[in-house]
Write a protein that binds this ligand. Structure first.
Ligand SMILES: [Zn+2]
Length: 103
């Protein structure tokens, strides 16, 4: 289901801005300001291209949101998958890189 999102509307005011809800804080925000995590055949991963196939969920590039998302069941609910300590650990690692800090 790939759609060509870009067209040459130029300065048109009817630009559609994709919105997604952060699974950490539940706030809807611009898709491009959120980090996508995706359920892939290798487990749950951070989708850095935003184009990886699979069920995805979105988290702000904020420590608080990752904390909440990873502490609770948000990720498993959003992706409809059981995630284990290893997945959480891996996602935390990705988030640390993205956020540029340890946590
Ligand atoms: Zn958030």
């Amino acid at each position: 289901m790939t759609r060509k999102a870009r067209n040459s509307e130029g300065e048109s005011s009817t630009k559609r801005v994709p919105l997604r809800t952060c699974i950490g804080c539940r706030v809807t925000d611009l898709k491009r300001d959120l980090i996508r995590i995706v359920r892939s055949s290798n487990g749950v991963q951070v989708d850095q291209t935003g184009k990886q196939a699979g069920r995805g969920a979105y988290v702000h590039a904020q420590r608080e949101c990752w904390d909440r998302a990873l502490r609770g069941t948000q990720v498993s609910q959003a992706l409809r998958i059981e995630i284990g300590p290893q997945d959480r650990h891996r996602l935390r690692g990705h988030a640390a890189v993205i956020l540029g800090e340890e946590f």
